[in-house]
Design a protein around this ligand. Structure first.
Ligand SMILES: Cc1ncc(COP(=O)(O)O)c(C=O)c1O
Length: 384
């Protein structure tokens, strides 16, 4: 059957030289980034400081809208930041941990940076409750839901677990959190671009992630969706002049907050990274995430099937409905296998308690999936 997603392969130079199986870590660079960064340099060189007014100031919001369109976020509800950890900090700074409602509930399969941030909030009164996974692959949803109670303030949770690609039951978590008056921060870093997301139908309070993986947007841009009713009333204490109603008034004294999305931003935005991420966003928009998801389910199933034939351990859910875009395979000597694969231009990575992570994306051929596994076989058959 013809795979029309493959038509975009020529947009990604690295696909000509490598077997690119690592979009869970860094999506391939679209050719259009050369032009976007050249245009950025040209604007700086020729328009100088006028570039702020003519283009750069609003870019942070425009890119937010482009990302937001991929998750059905209303216009103006997505701010842009440098990374997810900062997005979590902006959210945390909207809340007060000194009252009775000061509990933070999450799973130990969250991305560690996010956990380091919330752990550090203990000194401001936050009570962190971490729910441990039994198998290192799945999150025990019932225990997580039971832990969310009337004292819970925030539930920061990965939509898809970085290690195992397990898809959390976001709807159930949001439903329970709202029933008891808590807020959910859904980290969609490992889902947006490969699994369809609709923040409005989920009714999630906050969603954040970065563009460098499945969105092929490169490092330096993260996004924060804030549900519009919350966006109008929350007051982030991690703030700055970009969030001021009159930034060029340079007023002294407390901030007067502007409306979202700038309300959730703070200092000068990361203009080159914002420019660089746009070609990737537009390719993903055209490819359509629903189609990407169908292909991803097929290729991840193929990887599991091939790994099973060798009896290698799979650290990823077998149920396609619970599995994101990655298959973590812990074959014998997996860390060395990963190094050897990289040396042979099969681009993957290795993570403790996961093994080698293989992440085919919409631009990969089925034959590349097979070739990656054949390369593993060859490495394991060679004398060490
Ligand atoms: C689920 C998830 N959250 C967050 C991050 C990264 O966080 P940050 O943008 O703060 O570096 C990753 C990166 O691998 C991730 O997989």
């Amino acid at each position: 059957m013809a795979d029309d997603l493959l038509r975009c392969r020529s947009e990604f130079p690295i696909l000509e030289r490598t077997n690119y199986m690592i979009s869970n870590s860094l999506g391939a660079m679209p050719r259009g980034v050369y032009g976007a960064l050249r245009a950025y340099a040209e604007t700086w060189a020729t328009r100088g400081v006028r570039a702020w007014e003519e283009r750069w100031w609003m870019l942070a919001a425009e890119v937010g809208d482009e990302i937001g369109a991929l998750m059905n976020a209303p216009q103006g509800s997505v701010s842009t930041h440098q990374n997810v950890t900062t997005c979590q900090a902006v959210v945390a700074s909207c809340f007060d941990f000194s009252g009775k409602r000061n509990k933070i509930v999450y799973s130990d399969l969250n991305f560690p940076s996010v956990m380091y941030f919330w752990e550090a909030q203990r000194q401001y009164g936050a009570r962190v409750h971490m729910v441990s996974s039994e198998d290192g692959i799945t999150v025990p949803t019932d225990r997580l839901l039971d832990s969310i109670d009337e004292q819970t303030l925030v539930v920061p949770i990965s939509h898809i677990v970085f290690r195992s690609s397990y898809i959390n039951d976001a709807a159930a978590i949001i439903e329970k959190a709202h029933r008891v008056g808590a807020h959910v921060v859904l980290d969609t870093f490992q889902s947006l671009g490969t699994v369809p997301i609709d923040v409005q139908s989920l009714n999630v309070d906050f969603a954040c992630g970065g563009v460098l993986k499945w969105l092929c947007g490169g490092p330096g841009v993260a996004y924060l969706y804030v549900r519009p009713d919350l966006g109008r009333k929350l007051e982030p204490k991690l703030t700055g002049w970009f969030a001021h109603q009159n930034p060029f008034g340079f007023e002294v004294g407390p901030i007067r907050y502007v409306d979202p999305p700038f309300r959730f931003m703070n200092g000068t935005s990361q203009v080159p990274a914002l420019e660089a991420c746009r070609p990737g966003l537009s390719i993903i928009r055209e490819a359509r995430v629903e189609k990407i998801r169908e292909k991803s389910k097929r290729q991840t199933a193929r990887l599991i099937d091939l790994a099973d034939r060798h009896g290698w351990r799979i650290n990823t859910p077998r149920d396609p409905g619970k599995r994101g875009g990655t298959v973590s395979i812990d074959m014998p000597d997996s860390q060395r296998v990963c190094r050897e694969l990289l040396a042979r231009d099969v681009l993957v990575d290795w993570r403790p308690k996961a093994g080698v992570r293989f992440s085919p994306h919409f631009y990969n051929r089925d034959e590349e999936v097979d070739a990656a596994i054949i390369a593993v076989e060859a490495i394991l058959n060679e004398p060490v």
